[in-house]
Ligand binder design. Structure first.
Ligand SMILES: [Zn+2]
Length: 307
């Protein structure tokens, strides 16, 4: 099996209310589409483990972890920020979301699979060292990148964040960590209103205006991200895989389609093949229109798997 597909039952139990766009139905939509496209049986299915406190402490403050544990409600829903809340299952889901990303790194580093997709919730890329925000509790992709450095001895890992929102939490965590390159494309100006003016040798932010569709997106990605990735020579590539830039997703105003997500995946796979022995870990972030989320994630996974 070329590609792992990592899930956990708790991902479906974290629920911030029927009105909330970041809903368990998102993962059902991806699963359904993988079945409909006859991809499901060609993936190596693995269940996430819980992240350890030591693994979380590489990217989050101890006081923040204590605060999240203390906030976990016995019943009902407790708000962490205006967009983000916990139900009694959220802490377990968040621990397994970060733990799923860690498992993905371990599987790829042990060459059990070439790549892995973590179909997790809650998402992570807005979570900073000490703050939950934007539907995110623990920064799953950051936990994975830090694990690749600390547990596997890698010296250069790169995160490609193609979610329509800026990966502000990941930038916050790795702003002073030159072993991690973050490349983020995002609608600007737009939530979370960060990143557009960052100047750093290893943080590559590409703000793009509302209305950006495939041709302009690919031009920017090709000109501003691929040369930087190539020069960095990452030993592992990670995706913050958000599909909310799809033209059918009304969370934002990009005009991407499935073929664009395939193109991004292929470009990064080529970098991974040259420098990282093909190692890719992809962690789900946003994507709120259920139909286009399912189709886009399936297209991304099909490409990763070489199917
Ligand atoms: Zn997003």
């Amino acid at each position: 099996m070329h590609t792992a597909y990592i899930t956990h039952p708790s991902y479906l139990l974290h629920d911030m209310g029927n009105w909330h766009p970041e809903s368990p139905l998102r993962l059902r939509a991806i699963d359904d589409r993988l079945h409909a496209a006859h991809l499901f049986d060609f993936l190596a299915h693995r269940e996430a483990l819980a992240v350890t406190r030591e693994q979380l402490l590489r990217v989050h403050d101890a006081a923040y972890l204590d605060a999240i544990e203390a906030a976990s409600p016995r019943e009902g829903i407790r708000a962490l920020d205006p967009d983000t809340s916990m139900n009694p299952h959220t802490l377990e889901a968040a621990r397994h979301a970060a733990g799923g990303a860690v498992l993905a790194v371990d599987l790829v580093m042990r060459s059990e699979v070439a790549s892995a997709f973590v179909a997790c919730r809650p998402p992570g890329h807005h979570a900073t060292r000490n703050r939950a925000m934007g539907f995110c509790v623990f920064n799953n992709v950051a936990v994975a990148a830090a694990h690749a450095l600390a547990a596997h001895g890698l010296e250069r890992v790169a995160i490609v964040d193609f979610d329509v929102h800026h990966g502000n939490g990941t930038e916050d965590i790795f702003g002073d960590e030159p072993r991690v390159m973050l490349c983020s494309t995002f609608q600007h100006p737009f939530y979370p209103f960060r990143g557009a003016d960052t100047v750093s040798a290893h943080i590559v932010n590409v703000p793009l205006p509302a209305g950006t569709a495939g041709p302009a997106y690919r031009e920017a990605f090709g000109a501003r991200i691929l040369p930087r990735l190539e020069a960095f020579r990452p030993q592992m590539l990670l995706f913050s895989a958000g599909f909310d830039g799809h033209r059918e997703d009304d969370m934002a105003q990009f005009g991407l389609v499935e073929a664009d997500y395939v193109w991004i995946t292929e470009q990064v796979m080529e970098v991974a093949a040259r420098h990282a022995a093909g190692r890719i870990v992809s962690v789900l972030e946003g994507g709120y229109d259920l139909s286009s989320l399912g189709r886009s994630a399936a297209a991304h996974i099909r490409t990763l798997a070489g199917l």
